[in-house]
Design a protein around this ligand. Sequence first.
Ligand code: ATP
Ligand code: MG
Length: 604
Amino acid sequence: MKPADDMPGRWPSLWRALKRGYAAEPRLLPVAFGLSQLAALPDALIALWLKLLADGVQGRHSALVLGAAAGLGASAAGTWFLRVSSDRIQRRFRERLTIALEAQVAQLQASVASIAHHERPEYLDRLAMLRDQVFVLDHMYWSLFTTCGWLLRLAVTVVLLVSVHPGLALVAVAALPTAFTSLWRPGVEREAQDRGASASRQARHLFDIATTASPGKEVRVTGIGDRLVQLRSEAWERSYRPVAGARWASALCHAITWAVFGASYVGAVVFVAYGLHRSAGQVLLVLAAGSRLSAYIGATVGEIGFLRGFWLEGARRLAWLEDYAASFSENATAAAPARLARGIRLEHVGFAYPGTTRRVLEDVCLELAAGSVVAIVGENGAGKSTLVKLLCRMYAPTDGRILVDDTDLAGIAADQWRGCVAGAFQDFFRFEFTARRSVGVGDVPRLDQEPAVTAAVDRAGAGDVTAGLPAGLDTQLGPTWPEGVDLSFGQWQKLALARGFMREHPLLLVLDEPTAALDAETEHALFERYAAAARSGRGSSADNGDADGRITVLVSHRFSTVRMADLIVVLDGARVVEVGSHEELVAKRGPYAELYGLQAAAYR
Ligand SMILES: Nc1ncnc2c1ncn2[C@@H]1O[C@H](COP(=O)(O)OP(=O)(O)OP(=O)(O)O)[C@@H](O)[C@H]1O
Ligand SMILES: [Mg+2]
């Protein structure tokens, strides 16, 4: 799919942006617009006052002279006053709008029921631009109001010219090519920019690698610093070359059209000056209005070009994000069950990541019984994390279906199902909040409840991490914050696991290599405790899988942990190759037994 294929059109996006602005600021928007138009008028009327002044002087008509002089004075004062008040109102309108737009972008991104937009390159480019632009998207309204103001000035000026002689409308016609090239230019440049977008993202990425702390160690050890710098300048070169070419070509066309307009303006002045029965006032009007005309057309097309080429792209991206987020609220309306009676069944599930064709899961059929602990094993890239993402409904299967107690998971509203899921992911995030919050976000309603957080920390065996913090749970995490402390990878991972244990009654608990950084013994002890509690139904409610029929899905490369599971699923090359309990699989002497034998031998 080409990046721009599914983007909404410019003008519908503009209309939606206007409605959005009106919804956010129903009073300020019309006031800001009205003032900006009023502020445009006095300037355009100056040519008229000049004409009347000259007519008055020539005809020795003192009332006309006085009136025209008063008009000129009022125009000057009015221009200043209206511009100042319009600027102030606009600034207020735009500041308030920016807050509303930022909130909307954040909310839309977070509400999307899939994570595809975080993983697909063409969406990432689009979102990066939107994220960078959202702080300045309010300029679009300013740009639109300004464009309307210029159009108003232009209209007044053309009317004045035509009042002298209808033929003078030709001056405006001769200016049209400049308008066309100005409208066409940004599109061409934007296209060139889009062609270079992925190179430019690559350059930014390389810059980040070279300048941020986390890759710093590897950059130094491997000594790839110079190479990074060189790759970065090459990437910039690649992204800039098409843009520079497009700019030169469009600038040349633009210069030619402006030459055509200049000639017609000079022609008009000569025509009026040497024509019959023309007064000095009319010559003055044509001189003043004509000179304004070029400035107005320049400003109008420039502003329209800017509006189209830059701000409207932002509006389109925002409209796209809205549509994209809305496309997920389709027909998934079924409620999630309160508890699992039978369990989760996968029927011939196949999956290819959006935008790719390779099946990373193929014909997966599984029966995950309610209340069971299921382990998934397999080599790197076998599809374990992908299977976990499908179970969490981050993606829908490409083929087959997943049934939750006979209800198709695709039919259950995503936010409903997510409310039933807890867990820790392989690529966990480091929430740089206080330790309490960093764990507490695992169950937002109980975010700051100390007993809940402490219980989750204990279940995850992370008590040693929080005990070692200078202010305990109130310690700010992240070295870039005032008094913030950094943790080791394993410590961050333990907190991520604690976060996963925050929810008391998840129906599905996914643990995708949550303890890879821990030593085998600690991991073993942790899961032995967890699995025993889950099976026996004893212990605290959060350890009690039986009551809810909770299914625990555990991904691990360590067979000492895996062997405790009720059901072990062996994935190999996108397919399930073996399923059974540890004893069954060892007795089978298949791939599982072989891998288990290897690891056990290594430990002996
Ligand atoms: N976002 C993505 N877009 C496209 N392909 C992906 C994406 N994420 C993973 N893949 C591909 O899907 C396959 C399975 O990946 P997955 O992460 O599920 O493996 P895994 O079994 O969890 O491996 P590991 O043990 O390394 O965690 C891999 O070939 C990987 O390249
Ligand atoms: Mg994985």
